[in-house]
Design a protein around this ligand. Structure first.
Ligand code: PMP
Length: 442
């Protein structure tokens, strides 16, 4: 196997090796609250100067299959193929969604003006609650200003120190933060492993408090699907409650894109179905669909709802239109799946390590933080926008490019990306060794 051609010598040895992990995982030694800021700032500046800092790139057009991005070094606009957007169906720029937003601005202005219990609850909010309840097959729905606030708001509302929250090892930060805020006991099971989940359910037998199992319909870094039917049956067998985070499943899973409950025939059966508007629905905000009395309780006791301004009428009108498009224009969901099938099969042929992905989220594991930055820089120069995700956001030696597929990608876009990945592989060698793959498969 060839060694990667990274010219480490040309870089400042101290700075090149600095990673996010150095700042997150090491304890701050000095009492000064801001002690980490200066070394961190210098590290970001250095990564930027050598083209390794591919975050917060400035978009100059709507996110679609192509996007105009401000070049980080020249400041000039240039077109790139967008492989880093979570707008899986392209609804952020759909004409009906934009028209609904414009109409709402004309009628209601731009802000809701208040939290929902005061003057921030409009006919648009009520309509969206109804539409989402239909989408998820639930009795009622509550809407929050963001997906992050939704997870923190639900979990910290229902759980307290006597309760236990049972999380998949790969749980999203917003779920973990909700669990921490609730004060509940936190326990985890191995990712998507039903034996491990059952073991934890047995070990945490219901005592003084209750137990809530939280899983994600689609996992945000690996793109794999939770076996929700099995999880549901185990949770019911052991008398616990179940919440599913549909951030990356809404618009993607299910015959018509309604998400995990549709995919597994569990509509109306899961205790708490949480979702975000920020991915397939192309906007901003979050929601929970559940039984009507559960939603009613959240409306009065969930602090992230009660004490926060309502999502703006513009946002809500856009989401109403996006849900309508999802339910009436099946072509976006179909095109997304055509792209998923084609792209994954081409990546597998090339022996790229795409983890267990089954959906639009497509990781390409590089395995080393610096090499990951070099590959991202190489692709950026070729006009391909991908998101680099280093350790500790993913496990050690699983540093990766995170690509997202959209219904808007054309075959030509995907072939251009594949050709660029081939070139990158020739230069940096990150595909799996084909002999190893074959040996494992036999
Ligand atoms: N849950 C999951 C699984 C997510 O991936 C995200 C966002 N990345 C969130 C919740 C938070 O949603 P939002 O970005 O809409 O606040």
């Amino acid at each position: 196997m060839n060694t990667p051609e990274i010219q480490i010598d040309q870089y400042d040895q101290e700075h090149i090796h600095k990673t996010l992990a150095d700042f997150i995982l090491q304890r701050r030694e000095q009492p000064d609250l801001f002690a980490w800021c200066k070394p961190f700032y210098e590290s970001v500046q250095y990564q930027h100067s050598i083209g390794h800092h591919k975050y917060r790139r400035v978009m100059l057009s709507a996110n679609g299959n192509r996007v105009i991005v401000e070049d980080q070094h020249t400041g000039k606009p240039r077109e790139m193929i967008m492989m880093g957007s979570n707008s899986y169906l392209g609804l952020n720029n759909h004409p009906k969604v934009k028209a609904a937003a414009l109409e709402a601005i004309e009628k209601y202005g731009v802000g809701a003006g208040s939290p929902p219990h005061f003057s921030g609850y409009y006919d648009l909010h009520r309509e969206l609650e109804k539409n989402l309840s239909i989408l998820k097959g639930a009795e009622d729905t509550i809407i929050y200003p963001s997906g992050y606030a939704t997870n923190v708001g639900i979990i910290s509302c229902f759980l307290g120190p006597k309760d236990t929250i049972i999380l998949d090892k790969l749980a999203h930060a917003s779920i973990i933060d909700g669990a921490l805020l609730s004060g509940a006991k936190i326990t985890t099971f191995r990712h998507n492993d039903m034996e491990s989940l059952e073991r934890v359910l047995i070990q945490t037998k219901k005592g003084q408090g209750d137990r809530l199992v939280v899983v994600e319909g689609v996992y945000s870094m690996d793109g794999d699907i939770a076996p929700l039917r099995d999880i549901y049956e185990l949770v019911k067998k052991h008398g616990a409650k179940l919440m599913v985070d549909e951030a990356h499943a809404t618009g993607v899973l299910g015959k018509t894109g309604k998400g995990s409950p549709e995919h597994f025939g569990l509509e109306g059966k899961i205790d708490l179905v949480m979702g975000t508007f920020s991915k397939s629905l192309g906007g901003l905000g979050g929601f929970v669909s559940a039984k009507k009395e559960v939603v009613c309780y959240l409306r009065y006791f969930s602090r992230a709802y009660f004490f926060a301004a309502s999502p703006t009428p513009v946002q809500v009108a856009a989401q109403n239109a996006a849900v309508q498009v999802l339910m009436t224009e099946p072509q976006w969901h179909q095109r997304l799946w055509e792209n998923i099938r084609y792209f994954h099969s081409e990546l597998r042929k090339r022996h790229f390590d795409i983890e267990r992905t089954q959906t639009a989220i497509t990781p390409i594991v590089i395995g080393d933080t610096i090499k990951m930055r070099e590959v991202t820089k190489f692709l950026d120069e070729k006009g391909i926008f991908v998101n680099p995700v280093p350790y500790p956001a993913v496990p050690r030696k699983k540093d990766r490019l995170r690509l997202s597929l959209s219904a808007l990608h054309t075959r030509e876009d995907l072939d251009t990306v594949l050709a660029a990945l081939d070139e990158a592989e020739e230069r940096f060698h990150f595909a799996k060794n084909p002999d190893e793959v074959e040996r494992k498969e036999h």
